[in-house]
Design a protein. Structure first.
Length: 305
């Protein structure tokens, strides 16, 4: 009976931790379905988290009632803005997409600390003083938002003409261009959408999982989201399942680390590493077949056939 009680108590925590991963993974899926690798999800989440924490802090201090939704909005906008850098480098300049994304990841770490130093004279933000509260069925509003965004992504990708063009940009960009559709425009839109969702993911993380922004707020969730895209085979319901798996792993790691009998035997770092170990193991197990879009990571050259 106690086991089922513990399992039931883990459900809200697992969904809460899953939410940022699922949001970022949805953006990563859209971007990679268009043929652009977005390894910058981690950095964009960091930028979104810092933006949401700072925005919510100042709006909350000013007594603005909608400080949390506005903080999420600004986080998404900042993520979308910085994703334009990645889009310009990888789509327009046809630079190496992995190097471009890595550059944003490195930039985010320094830039966020610099902004916090300017505003708060320390390498983190002040506690934002409120965050979000659980709502329907004990789940945070961000959980329902993430599920709605995933459902919308599925509908657009498989039921609307734009979704067909998006998938064609990642599979057969030359054929798409021959049909008179701008591959560059589709890829730009996909990269920006992924940036918006990554920024939103970072904002949701700092407003629900933490009381302030620090350099460890995201703590690899962007890279786990990338793994969720691959493990989920670039399919909406696939990334839902993989994100839930990784979210449950992190929730279990937090719960087990608080069990005295286990924490006395093994250090807490062992349990903190569990989600990343599970990520690596699942990627190794399911790496036999390649489900990635055919043109992923390949710069589009209109002159090539």
């Amino acid at each position: 009976m106690e086991f089922f009680q513990v399992a039931w108590n883990l459900v809200p925590s697992a969904f809460l931790i899953t939410t940022p991963i699922l949001l970022a993974a949805t953006g990563g899926m859209i971007c990679e379905r268009a043929g652009v690798v977005n390894i910058a999800l981690e950095g964009l989440m960091v930028l979104g988290a810092m933006t949401a924490a700072v925005t919510h802090f100042f709006l909350f201090q000013a007594g603005v009632g909608l400080s949390a939704p506005l903080a999420l909005l600004f986080a998404a906008m900042v993520g979308g803005l910085f994703s334009l850098v990645h889009a310009f480098a990888s789509v327009t300049l046809r630079a190496d997409q992995v190097i471009s994304g890595t550059g944003i990841n490195l930039l985010s770490l320094g830039l966020t600390v610099f902004v916090c130093q300017l505003l708060f004279n320390m390498d983190r933000s002040q506690p934002h003083g409120g965050g979000m509260r659980a709502g329907l069925f004990g789940f945070f509003p961000t959980v329902w938002m993430a599920l709605a965004i995933l459902a919308l992504a599925w509908f657009v990708m498989y039921k609307r003409p734009w979704g067909l063009r998006l998938r064609a940009a990642g599979e057969h960009p030359q054929a798409l261009a021959s049909a008179g559709v701008s591959v560059v425009k589709i890829r730009y839109m996909a990269v920006v959408i992924s940036g918006l969702l990554a920024g939103l993911a970072g904002g949701s993380a700092v407003l629900t999982l933490d009381i302030q922004f620090t350099t460890t707020t995201i703590n690899g969730m962007g890279f786990i989201a990338l793994a969720a895209v691959s493990f989920g085979r670039w399919l909406p319901f696939g990334i839902l399942g993989s994100s839930l798996l990784f979210g449950l792993a992190r929730a279990l790691a937090v719960y087990i680390s608080n069990v005295r009998a286990l924490s006395a035997i093994l250090p807490s770092e062992f349990f903190s590493a569990m989600p990343f170990v599970i990520t690596l193991v699942t990627l190794i197990i399911f790496s036999g077949k390649d489900y990635a879009p055919r043109a992923i990571g390949k710069p589009f050259d209109k002159g090539k056939s």
